[in-house]
Design a protein around this ligand. Structure first.
Ligand code: ADP
Ligand code: MG
Length: 247
């Protein structure tokens, strides 16, 4: 589903990704772990097409598509979703307005009919219920005054509504208490653990992986994948630290 080959990327003059290779098949969940500053978030941004993150070499295929040739909104319409490490607040725009606009923009880009207000509300309520977010919160401005856990639950509701093919979730477990962590883990499993979908989970700690069991764990250090293993690699990292493994 996603094939990254020899990816090099810079921010300004500074090379961050330095020859990264990674292949993710449909039905798989991959975790990327690594020390601070290794380039994990940069990888997510480059895949999503964030301006300022310049690809200097390499290729990324998303199914049949050459991802790096596409605009960010085209990537999203093709089924790519990026969850943020720090979800942004959007005062003055309600979650419902935001999510309906986001979904319908993607549906139009795929030549699908936009959902009516009533159809959308039904979908949004069902997703909020499934993820344990009070549906009333969807009337409030995007993330404004939300706790860390509520922001992440709201992001899972967003993912459930958008129903992407491929999700990149960046430190989606940061700042979560145990209940929120469990809810987010269950959300990822419910929405994305499917034969025709795949996930790249960027995470610092192994604890989210107790809820979302990855098929593969990769260590990213200094801009490339330096080791790949199964779920046991995450436990080894937790025990030994990155220094021992990435060196
Ligand atoms: P990680 O998510 O693995 O902690 P990042 O991808 O956020 O790492 O950062 C990798 C490196 O790139 C760091 O040295 C960071 O300071 C640098 N970097 C990332 N984004 C920017 C930016 N917008 N401007 C300058 N440097 C950046
Ligand atoms: Mg990061």
């Amino acid at each position: 589903m996603l094939k990254i080959e020899n990816l090099h990327a810079s921010v300004g003059d500074k090379p961050i990704l330095k020859g990264l290779d990674l292949a993710i098949n449909a039905g798989e969940i991959h975790a990327i772990m690594g020390p601070n500053g290794a380039g994990k978030s940069t990888l997510g941004y480059v895949l999503a097409g964030r301006p300022g993150y310049d690809v200097t070499a390499g290729s990324v295929n998303f199914g049949e598509l050459s991802l790096l040739d596409m605009a960010p909104h085209e990537r999203a319409a093709a089924g790519l979703f990026l969850g943020f490490q720090y979800p942004v607040e959007i005062p003055g725009v309600s979650n419902l307005q935001f999510l309906r606009e986001a979904l319908n923009a993607q549906r139009r880009a795929r030549d699908e009919a936009p959902l009516s207000g009533a159809e959308f509300l039904k979908l949004a309520r069902a997703q909020a219920d499934a993820l344990g977010l009070d549906a009333e919160m969807l009337k409030r401005p995007v993330n404004v005054g939300f706790s860390g856990g509520e922001k992440k639950r709201a992001e899972m509701v967003q993912m459930g509504i958008i129903a992407p093919k491929f999700a990149i979730l960046d430190e989606t477990d940061s700042g979560l208490d145990i209940d929120a962590l469990r809810a987010v883990g269950a959300g990822i499993n419910t929405i994305m653990r499917k034969p025709d979908k795949a996930v790249l989970l960027i995470t610092h700690y192994q604890r989210l992986l107790d809820y979302v069991r990855p098929d593969f764990v990769h260590v990213l250090a200094d801009g490339r994948i330096v080791r790949t293993g199964g779920p046991e690699l995450a436990l080894e990292l937790e025990r030994e630290g990155y220094g021992a493994i990435a060196a």
